[in-house]
Design a protein around this ligand. Sequence first.
Ligand code: GLU
Length: 405
Amino acid sequence: MIVDMSSLLKDIKKQIKAECKRSGVRKDIMKRILCVDRLLEFTIFLKGNIFKAYRSQHNNVLGPYKGGVRFCKDVARDEVKALSMMMTLKCALLNIPFGGAKGGVAVNPEKLSWEEKEEVSRGFVRGASPILGPDVDIPAPDINTNEEVMAVMADEYSKITGRLSPGSFTGNTLERGGIEGRKEATGYGGAVILEELCNLEGLNGATVAIQGFGNVGSNFAFFASEKNCKIVAISEKKEGVVAKEGLSVKDVWDYKKKTGKICVAGENKDDILEMDVDILVLAATEGVIHKKNVEKVRAKHIISIANGPVTRKAEKFLRKKGVIVVPDILASAGGVIASYCEWKKAKKEEDFSKEKVFSFISQRMKEVFREIYQNKKERTLSETALSISLHRLEKAMLDKENKMR
Ligand code: GLU
C-alpha cells in the first residue's frame, strides 16, 4: 500500500501536468488546476482528545464544490487535497454541474461510541460551516461516514445558520431529505461498469474478485451477483474468502453482520491482488497496486472504484500487457450522480424515484465509458478520461473569463 498519502497528490499532479501538456491545455489553466482554491484546516476537541480536520475546495468553475467527508485515523492534508482534485475531474468527466471538494477528520471511528462520533460530526460542521452551503460546498458520505452522520451534520448546520437549508448535505437519511438509491449508488455504478466491460470485451460468465466490502464493495457485490459473472473472492482488511465455484454475497454479508468480519479472523487473503481472475475490483483504498507489486497482478482487467487504487506507473505497465483499468473518476461516479439527483430534489427542481436515479446513473456512466473505451489501444482509459475532464474545465474557465470582459 502507499502509506505516504502525499504520493497520491504527487501522482495526480503528475497526471494532470502530463495530460495538459499532451493535449494542449493552456499553461495558465493548468497552473490553476494544479492548485486548490481553498484549504481549511482546523481542530476538533473531544474529551481531552484533539483531532485534525480538513476541507479542501479544489475548483468550482462547473458548479458548487462537492465531495465526501471521511473519518480515518491517518487522513492528511495532502490526501484531501488530492481527493478534492479527483472530485473536480470526476464531475467534469460525467458532466455533472458540481466542482470538487473533500473533507476529512483524522480520527479512528472504531474507537468512538455513536455519541462521540456525533460530537465529531458536529465539530466538523462547526469548523467548516463558514465555507459550506447548498450553493457553495455540499458534503456527502465517504469512508466511515454514512447517512446518519450526514443527518447530524445537516442538523448542526441548520442550528448554526438558523435555516433548514435543503440541499446543504447529500447522502442524508430518507427522513432528512435523502433519496432512495443514494446509499447503494456507488456500488450500483460500479456494477454498471462491470456489465459494460464484459459486453465490450466479450467476457461471458467472467470471474470477479473484490477487494473491500464496506458500503461500496458490498453493494457492488450484490448488484454484480445479478449480472452474468461469478464472484470468486472477496477480501476486507486482513480477511478474505475465496470459492472457485462462486460465492454467495448474501452469506458473506450475513456473516459480517453477525461478527463484524467477512470470515474467520486471521484468514489472510492478501493475495487477492494476485488472483488469476477476469476482473479485479478495487473498492478499498488508495495506492494498492503500485510499481512494486504490479508485476504480480494476473487479472485480465481492473475496475477502480476506490479513490486512486492504481498508481500512474502501475497503470501504464498494465496497459502494455493489455489490461484495461477503468479509472476511479468514472467507476466511482454513481455516488455523486445520485447526490446530484438528491440535491435537485431538495431544491425542488426535479423529483427522483430510485428507478430514475439508477437509470440516470446507468445511462450517463455507460455513455462516458464507451467514449473513453474507444481509445484503449493508444492510451490508458484514465489518460483519455483526464483529457476530457481537463478540456471541459479549460472551456468553462475560458468562457467565464470571456463573460467577465
Ligand atoms: N464519497 C463520494 C465520492 O467520493 C461522495 C460524492 C458526493 O456525493 O458528493 O464520490
